[in-house]
Ligand binder design. Sequence first.
Ligand code: MN
Length: 259
Amino acid sequence: MYAIAQRNAQNPRTLCISLTTGLCLGVTSTSRPLSNKPSEPSFRRRWFIYLRNCYGNSTCWTPQFSLPTLPWAENALDPVISANTISFHYGKHHKTYVDNLNKFAAGTEFADMPLEKIVNATAGKVDKTSIFNNAAQAWNHTFYWRCLRPKGGGEPPASLKQKIEAAFGSVDACKKEFSATASAEFGSGWAWLVMDGNTLRIVKTNNAETPITQALKPLLAIDVWEHAYYLDYQNRRVDHVNAVIEKLLNWEFAAQNAV
Ligand code: MN
């Protein structure tokens, strides 16, 4: 198998890099000549790195995964979560997970896979830890932002409230367990309200771990990595968690997930 660098007939300044299988690897808008080097260890990866080194990600390659837009302005959750925290949490931490995922997935079997499928395909595999961590964190954060909203908290919609009362006794008992679980997570991780079959449960996961690999359906998530609260609350994780539960949780989003 070898690569073909062809000039695009419509646009002579465009080179299309293809495998002999006809799979397009990337398009670059330059007339700089590219040589056809054999692959080692992976042909696609080598071409990707070659192109990236020559031209940078933005000009020669459309990364498969992109940072999703936040569902609200960066200062919308202030003062519970400051714009400063969101700017680092979303703009640096979440972005880095997405960037790393693109780097690790390029030229591998994961390059064309949907995010959830990558998370499930790499979970628990020691040789896939890097790609799992970044894929799972990309998924977790995209989900997490939607769990929060300005003027959130309060009462869940009736359909969800019924399920909560059936599982926990009351909405208050559910919130207490959510808070206790989030606060008790040792080190970095997440607390989740999930559907387990027909019932609701609160669970926690360590580091990048996510309930979607455990046949659980997440309804809500609270990020308890220090980067989620340290700028605003320093070591007071419990205060952060309780403020999120009382003032930011998006119960409507949870109800949508519970159907
Ligand atoms: Mn986070």
